[in-house]
Design a protein around this ligand. Structure first.
Ligand code: ZN
Length: 185
């Protein structure tokens, strides 16, 4: 994995517990990872533990990411729920070669591709990109009709903000929408 593909460090909150002697635990709380450590650890020890625990959580989350069959089912469900079932994708694939896009769509063969950089992101963010690309099966461009469809997904604005923050933190391109995602077809 190159530096450019690496995800930015997640937000981490360290909680020092006086009751703990040795045990260290970590869990996801929204977009943040909370690491609970004994109050007796030094800052250097805490930094090591945080690195290890964050790595462990991110690897576990990457393993639990949906397969492409799962993604297709999920896309169809999202279409039913938010797009009146009108968007009917044939395949949804993870791709590694989309450095500047979160997703893309080819209406001609009804295929959707998601950047593998979305792996490990919260499911509501992945769902936003899916809804966005599904909406391109209905409307090719980013006009008012297009955004009216996307707005049926309740977390659209929040997810756009999340991806925008991620993009600027990692100096990547902005989320799909305003300018850059390309409809091939
Ligand atoms: Zn788009």
């Amino acid at each position: 994995m190159t530096a450019a593909e690496r995800q930015p460090d997640p937000e981490v909150e360290v909680r020092r517990s006086r009751r703990r002697r040795r045990t260290i635990s970590a869990f996801r709380e929204g977009e943040r990872i909370v690491v609970v450590v004994p109050a007796t650890l030094t800052d250097a020890e805490v930094a090591d533990e945080v690195r290890a625990m964050v790595g462990r959580i991110e690897r576990a989350e990457a393993r639990s990411q949906p397969s492409e069959d799962d993604l297709l089912l999920r896309a169809r469900r999202l279409s039913d729920r938010y797009l009146g079932g009108l968007a009917d994708p044939l395949s949804v694939r993870w791709v590694d070669n989309q450095q500047s896009r979160w997703g893309s769509c080819t209406p001609g063969d009804r295929t959707i591709r998601l950047s593998s950089r979305l792996r490990g992101m919260p499911s509501w963010v992945v769902d936003y990109v899916l809804v966005h690309e599904l909406a391109h099966l209905l409307v090719a461009g980013h006009d008012a009709d297009f955004w009216a469809w996307v707005a049926h997904y309740p977390q659209a604005e929040r997810a756009k903000g999340y991806l925008l923050g991620y993009s600027s933190a990692s100096q990547m391109d902005p989320p799909p929408g305003e300018s850059e995602d390309v409809i091939e077809g």
